[in-house]
Design a protein around this ligand. Sequence first.
Ligand code: PNS
Length: 159
Amino acid sequence: MRRCLCPGSFDPVTNGHLDVIERAASLFDEVVVGIGANESKKGLFSLDERIDLIEKACAHLPSVRVESFEGLLVDFARERGIPAVVKGLRAVTDFDYELQMAQMNYRLTGLETLFVATNPDYSFLSSSLVKEVASYGGDVAGLVPDVVLQRLHERLGRR
Ligand code: PNS
C-alpha cells in the first residue's frame, strides 16, 4: 500500500490545504494528515478541534485519516512506515523554507518530500490570513470548508 503524509498546523484547514489533500489522495492509497503540535504557538483551535474539522472536511475521502503529533515529523512518519510527505507550494516565497525542511527531513531519515503546485485559486491563501480577515468581519466563504466557516463564526462572532 502506498501511503503519504500531509503535515501542517491546519489552524484551521483551508480550501488550499483540502486541494492538496485531495490531490494526494488521488495519487496514494492512504493519506495521513499530521497536525504538528507546537507548544509555543497557541492556536485559535485546539488540536482536537483541528482534527475534527479536517475529518469533517475530508468526509468524502475514505482513504484520509487525521492524527496529531508531537516532536519531529520524521519520527512520526518512521513510526508509521510512511516514506513520503506531500506539500503544496503556493509561490516562490514558500520555496526557501519548504526546501530547507525537505532537505533536513531527507538528511535525518530519508523521508522524501513531493511538492504539488497549489491551485492558483488558492495561491494567496493561508490559515493566518483567514483568521485575520474573519476576525475583522471579512467574508472568507469559499476559502475554507463550510464546517470551518461555521466554526470561525462561532469562535469569532459573525459580524
Ligand atoms: O502549516 P505549517 O506551519 O507550515 O506546518 C509546519 C509543520 C508542522 C509541517 C512543521 O513545522 C513540522 O514538520 N513540525 C514538526 C517538527 C519538525 O519536524 N521540525 C523540523 C522540520 S525540518
